[in-house]
Design a protein around this ligand. Structure first.
Ligand SMILES: *Cc1c(COP(=O)(O)O)cnc(C)c1O
Length: 375
């Protein structure tokens, strides 16, 4: 069996920072709940992205859920949501019994189309919130989107699960809206094995989220509850891994950027292949390197995925758009082009191995297998 190459796998620091923080937690028997690592991880991440407050949670999905709860999203409310994303962006809308309306992508960043967002406001003038995704680590046209939301007085949530460290006009994704969320799931740019973070400049709301996330326990010696709570807090062990990983985030972004540039250079000569574009004003974290194949290409995405699979190499289609998902078929979808852009990207896209554990030779292997399909 040939050496396995992953799409994106955990990559702990060679310095062993993560183990040091985890060991500290062991040595003080502060395994759980909460503790020094959780507080410090919140503080350090908030500092990194340049925001005031952060709440460390059990997953990115939990963070999205808490953002909607903090905005009082509830039954009867409409939430505008990027169409091209992972279902974890949408599910918390449903947890809150609200109604998603999906917004199509534009071609510069593959993210929410500001024109489609405007159109959605014409049809539904009073949504409760907007959630925009920075897909694959590429910033959305966030200042246009923010402006539209501000004009309509509707709060913006940024799903920056895939884009930690990516910037737009020098400002970190996740810090433009009322709330931002990050994920530390196993294949994200940095990982804690599993976990998430909610960030905001609203101190009171972040405190409230920490309260809900620890079962809504009132300050009383006995167990007093006035609200429904959740068990969504991050453990002190997990946070220790996060603190260590944060130290190598910039290094990982550098490695991911190199991977993207290597693919770009290698595929220059193949006209059918286009790299995911880097939009103006944006510095992506290049979490995944994604290509699209021209409509006219005889080689199709499935051919690439199958050829790589045969060689023990992982790849994956572009996310299947939410408006095409059976579970969300009853919800509205707003687009401005005749044919949905999200669907087109889904049909022509392939996510290539973007693992920072890949050697230069590993990446050469991937490139050669793909190039051979055009021989
Ligand atoms: C990974 C991901 C999430 C969910 O994060 P988890 O930590 O796995 O719950 C949400 N949105 C997007 C776009 C993601 O890629």
């Amino acid at each position: 069996m040939k050496k396995k190459i992953y799409l994106a796998s955990p990559n702990m620091s060679k310095e062993g920072y993560e183990q040091k923080y985890v060991k500290e937690a062991f040595d003080t028997n502060w395994i759980a709940p909460l503790g020094e690592n959780v507080n410090k991880f919140e503080e350090e991440l908030a500092n990194y992205v340049g925001i005031k407050y952060a709440a460390a949670l059990s997953s990115g999905t939990a963070a999205i859920h808490m953002a909607f709860k903090a905005l009082d999203v509830k039954q009867g409310d409409i939430v505008f949501c990027s169409d091209l994303t992972f279902s974890a962006t949408v599910n918390p809308i449903i947890y809150q019994n609200a109604t998603p309306v999906f917004i199509d992508s534009e071609r510069d960043s593959w993210n929410m189309n500001p024109k489609a967002l405007e159109k959605a406001f014409e049809k539904y003038p009073n949504p409760k919130a907007v959630i925009v995704v920075h897909l694959y680590g590429t910033p959305a046209k966030i200042d246009e989107i923010k402006e539209i939301c501000d004009k309509h007085n509707v709060p913006l949530v940024e799903d920056a699960a895939e884009s930690l460290g990516a910037t737009y006009k020098g400002k970190q994704t996740g810090t433009f809206g009322k709330y931002g969320i990050y994920s530390f799931n196993g294949n994200k740019i940095i990982t804690t094995s599993g976990g998430g973070m909610l960030v905001s400049n609203d101190e009171e709301r972040i405190a409230k989220v920490r309260f809900w996330a620890t079962q809504a326990r009132e300050k009383a010696r006995h167990y007093e509850h006035k609200e429904i709570g959740y068990n969504y807090r991050m453990s002190n062990i997990v946070a220790g891994i996060g603190r260590g990983q944060l130290k190598v985030l910039d290094e990982r972004i550098g490695q991911k950027t190199d991977i993207y540039n290597n693919y770009k250079e290698a595929f220059k000569e193949i006209e059918d292949i286009e790299m995911e574009p880097i939009p103006e004003n944006s510095k992506p974290n290049h979490w995944l390197s994604v290509i699209t194949l021209k409509e006219s290409s005889n080689v199709k995405p499935l051919d690439i995925m199958e050829a790589l699979e045969k060689e023990n190499i992982e790849s994956r289609p572009v996310w299947k758009p939410m408006h095409m998902q059976p579970v969300f078929k009853d919800y509205d979808f707003i687009k401005v082009e005749e044919d949905a852009v999200s669907k087109d990207l889904f049909e022509r896209g392939v996510c290539l191995p973007s693992d920072t554990n890949m050697t230069k030779e590993d990446q050469e292997r991937v490139i050669n297998i793909i190039k051979n399909l055009w021989k």
